[in-house]
Ligand binder design. Structure first.
Ligand code: AQP
Length: 348
């Protein structure tokens, strides 16, 4: 089949959408790669829509009670990190059915060949690909629906989601071409900052992930100050001091990771950090990083804990956000049904 050709784009007003799976507690990777960026976008005054993507979480079995808890905890992390539910729309995906409706339509747009190239599926399925859920394979087309149900134009994410956003672009372009419309925007990934891919504290070649079996591999947003300091102290490194230029970190993934984390937390570039710590041993650098991490993360953790005292209030915020999200997505998905030729004659 010929590659889809891009149709000329009508102008779509800027709108940000992004989400996080409540498949475990949020990590420093989620914070630096996603949450921190989400807050910055809100502060830029762009319309921002953020979601706990619980339908994605169940692509791997979740204990129902834990899933509820993790969804609330994730929402609490958004608010504690600076998302204001009055200015941004904050909700959980399963309360807005437009996502799964459009997800099915996109399953019929996306090609098997495109989906088979998704490296995250290959990584997550590993040798067990015959035995994972069909949902895990279809996940990226539901992600495209999450974004395009709002005609979002920009999506802040970590580096690991870049390929899924390219697929979202392909789906939008193919839908527009197949139906001869200029209906969906071709989204722009927003992958910014010094730590777009935070790596495991135990292995600098592996992404920090909430589902890694080793708790020592990650910093959780619920970790207390002592635990954060201990995990950083024990983080895998090498015996060399820090070099005087970034080039010197090329074959030192663990050292590079800690420098990137420091830079992202401090709001500096990695170059600045290397300038400040050139020649320093990890015995000096790690305590400085631990102090910085605690200073930045502790207020968020404390606020999350406070918010989690009142789960009913979190549910109320998610419900209100879902109503606002539905008011945007419902008419868009109804128009999609018209475009693709579905009869819509039911009243009420
Ligand atoms: N290590 C990371 N570095 C930078 N950004 C990251 N993100 C996740 N891990 C890192 C970004 O966080 C957002 C939400 O991701 P997600 O939780 O929906 O899914 P994920 O990318 O699969 O994250 P995990 O932690 O690895 O979850 P599990 O273990 O359940 O699969 C995204 O913007 C992502 O880029």
């Amino acid at each position: 089949m010929a590659e889809p050709v891009q149709t000329p784009q009508a102008s779509f007003p800027p709108r940000i959408f992004s989400g996080i799976q409540p498949s475990g507690g949020l990590t420093l990777g989620n914070y630096l790669g996603a949450l921190k960026r989400f807050v910055e976008k809100q502060e830029e005054g762009i319309e921002t829509i953020y979601c706990m993507v619980d339908m994605h979480a169940i692509t791997v079995w979740q204990d129902p009670e834990k899933l509820r808890q993790q969804t609330r905890e994730g929402a609490a992390a958004f608010i504690a990190a600076g998302i204001d539910p009055a200015r941004s729309i904050l909700f959980n995906q399963s309360q807005v059915s437009a996502h799964v409706e459009l997800g099915w339509i996109f399953n019929c747009i996306a090609r098997m060949g495109w989906m088979s190239r998704m490296t995250q599926f290959k990584d997550k399925a590993g040798k067990n690909s015959e035995n994972v859920s069909l949902g895990l394979f279809a996940y990226p087309s539901l992600m495209a629906a999450d974004i395009l149900a709002y005609k979002a134009t920009h999506v802040p994410v970590g580096e690991d989601q870049k390929q899924h956003l390219e697929l979202t672009r392909d789906i939008a372009i193919k839908f527009n071409n197949d139906y001869g419309v200029d209906f969906f925007p071709v989204v722009e990934p927003v992958i910014e900052g010094a730590a777009t891919r935070v790596m495991s504290l135990r292995d600098g070649t592996k992404k920090m992930s909430k589902s890694d079996p080793s708790d020592q591999s990650r910093i959780n947003l619920t970790d207390d100050a002592d635990t954060i300091a201990k995990k950083i102290r024990k983080a895998k490194t090498d015996p060399e001091p820090l070099p005087d230029s970034l080039d010197g970190l090329k074959d030192r993934p663990e050292a590079r990771n800690l420098v990137n984390i420091y830079a992202a937390l401090a709001g500096h570039t990695a170059e600045q950090v290397i300038r400040d710590y050139a020649g320093a041993q990890f015995g000096t650098f790690k305590p400085a990083l631990a102090d910085l991490a605690v200073a930045k993360l502790e207020p968020i953790t404390l606020e999350m804990n406070r918010l989690m005292q009142d789960p009913a209030e979190i549910d109320r915020i998610l419900g209100k956000g879902a109503e606002r999200a539905d008011a945007i997505a419902r008419p868009i998905v109804d128009q999609v049904y018209d475009v693709i030729g579905m009869i819509r004659s039911r009243r009420g």
